[in-house]
Ligand binder design. Structure first.
Ligand code: ADP
Ligand code: ZN
Ligand code: MG
Length: 524
């Protein structure tokens, strides 16, 4: 199989996502008063409504409608005031009602969009953006200083309910194949579930990954869901097709269901690009089918082929009155919107003079945005001056540490915002070198002590006393008269040798910048 880079020279990928998000922050289910709780004893949170008993009447959860309107406003959607619930035929034991309550042609949220900032290595997956001048637009992208912005349409966000959970016994790995019997847990049945559908505007696996990541950050900020991909409260279906570069018609798509990590989403789409290209280049045909991504085998396998259009027998639910949302309701929800990641990034750039790149990446994660902000607060009057080194510390050392220690809550580590300020102050005042700063960073986390104390204990202080440095320089030059002659004769590369000798004499604690400057002056 060709690599994705090779394939994308000739083919363009067209990708659209369907993202499901459970509203886990609500107390109760979508249409009944049963408690929402992940991991409870099976079938302890059920009632006649979520078990689909005849005659049991649903009552919509008002909090869920608030949540979805929040989600819509945060993703630039139009809020549809007149809308209703439908019944969608669904015959499977994990849904006792034999239908799913969902929305019809009009969802609460329609026609939204998000702008994705793509930079770094991920930007290389898309071709031709480098031909654009900064600020220039082509198709749905605009070139930026460090990559491009992709404008991605959101078709709709609708409200529905989750199904229960099947547990298959006796088969391998809990699968239905080979199982002797199956159990069903209805605790999850009726969980409020939002489904967001994107336009087919994504063109690379990286863009799909970034979209999902950005959406997760927004939902977390809104406080409407845990968005745990592991526990399944956030999951994506990836739709993908290929078309020859230069053509405009869409090809036949395949759909990968229930992808539960960012990496899996990226890798499944990348694999599918290669697989589809191979089929098409050999004169074969892509079937519209649902495929399953197997992360351990790193390939997709077919689950089911879509032969005809699904007929779900959708009809308006006679038990649920149509909605007529008022302007007051929508405005009240708008008033509940917190500061969103993009707004936060703009504020970081404006208030602290950070680059757009640094500001953007600080808000990629909650821990980094929160830590940076807490550290700037701890810096007080010196926030302006220390913001850039604090941003560097957060984006480099802290992010690397968090990535290396999965699941860690950085706010609980010994590196408090105050200690971060101490650390970058030592560096900014040239009291320690950047190499020593890395050592201090690691030591604070390991020994739970102040940076000052560590520097003191380890005798790490960088010597920036010009008198002391000058004395060392004089000694070094006096000891190497021949090299001084050579330097003066044009071998200026010897500066490195002199700096090295000075550093050695100072046991690595001399300020390299000062030594360099003073040596150059003395020799020149
Ligand atoms: P379906 O009828 O299979 O549910 P939809 O038209 O509802 O398909 O689209 C489902 C998702 O697939 C959307 O995110 C949409 O953007 C995406 N999509 C639609 N057509 C294509 C295509 N040809 N290639 C890739 N993605 C597509
Ligand atoms: Zn119930
Ligand atoms: Mg569809």
């Amino acid at each position: 199989m060709k690599t994705m880079e090779e394939v994308l020279q000739d083919w363009e990928a067209v990708i659209g996502l369907e993202i499901h998000c459970e509203l886990t922050k609500l107390q109760t289910k979508m249409f009944c008063g049963c408690k929402l709780e992940f991991g409870a004893e099976p079938n302890t949170h059920t009632c006649p409504v979520c078990l689909g008993m005849p005659g049991a009447l649903p009552v919509p959860n008002k909090g869920a409608i608030e949540n979805i309107v929040l989600a819509g406003l945060a993703t630039n959607c139009d809020i549809e005031k007149h809308t209703m619930f439908y019944r969608k035929g669904y015959m499977y034991p994990d849904m006792a009602k034999n239908f799913q309550t969902t929305q019809g042609p009009k969802a609460f949220c329609m026609r939204g969009w998000l702008d994705l900032n793509v930079d770094g290595r991920g930007a290389q997956e898309r071709l031709f953006w480098q031909d654009l001048a900064e600020g220039e637009t082509a198709e749905n992208i605009t070139r930026t200083a460090d990559g491009y912005v992709a404008h991605v349409g959101i078709t709709r966000i609708h409200m529905e309910e989750d199904a229960g959970k099947m547990v298959h016994i006796g088969g391998g790995e809990g699968r239905i194949t080979g199982a002797t019997h199956s159990l069903v847990d209805y605790n999850r049945a009726g969980t409020p579930l939002m489904e967001l559908v994107t336009e087919p505007d994504l063109r690379t696996p990286e863009e799909a990954r970034l979209f999902m990541q950005k959406l997760r950050q927004i939902f977390l900020t809104l406080g409407i869901s845990d968005c745990s991909m592991e526990e399944g409260s956030l999951r994506a279906d990836g739709n993908i097709s290929l078309r020859r570069r230069g053509t405009t018609e869409f090809g036949t798509k395949t759909e990968m269901k229930n992808i539960n990590s960012f990496k899996a989403l990226h890798d499944a789409l990348a694999y599918e690009i290669c697989r589809q290209a191979e089929v098409l280049e050999e004169g074969g045909q892509i079937y519209q089918e649902t495929r399953h991504w197997d992360p351990s085998k790193k390939h997709t396998v077919v689950m089911r082929v879509k032969e005809t259009a699904d007929d779900y027998r959708m009809f308006p639910d006679p038990d649920l009155a149509p909605y007529d949302l008022s302007d007051e309701f929508i405005e009240r929800v708008r008033g509940m919107l917190p500061e969103l990641p993009d707004q936060k990034a703009a504020r970081f750039a404006a208030d602290y003079g950070l680059s757009a790149y640094d500001a953007r990446h600080l808000v990629d994660h909650r821990f980094s945005a929160d830590f940076f902000e807490a550290a700037c607060a701890a810096a007080g009057d010196r926030a302006g001056e220390l913001a850039k080194p604090l941003a560097n510390l957060t984006l480099n050392d802290i992010t690397a540490y968090v990535n290396a220690n999965e699941g860690i809550d950085f706010a609980t580590t010994p590196l408090t915002p105050e200690r971060a300020v101490q650390l970058v102050s030592l560096l900014a005042a040239d009291e320690i070198s950047s190499k020593q700063a890395k050592e201090v960073f690691a030591a604070v986390l390991e020994e739970d002590k102040d940076p000052h104390a560590i520097v003191e204990e380890r005798g790490m202080k960088q010597v920036s006393d010009t008198g002391a440095i000058e004395a060392v320089i004089n000694e070094v030059l006096a000891a190497n008269p021949d090299k001084v002659e050579q330097y003066k004769g044009g071998k200026t590369g010897l500066i490195g040798f002199f700096v090295g000798q000075c550093m050695k004499a100072m046991k690595g604690q001399g300020n390299p910048k000062l030594i360099n400057e003073m040596l150059a002056k003395k020799l020149g």
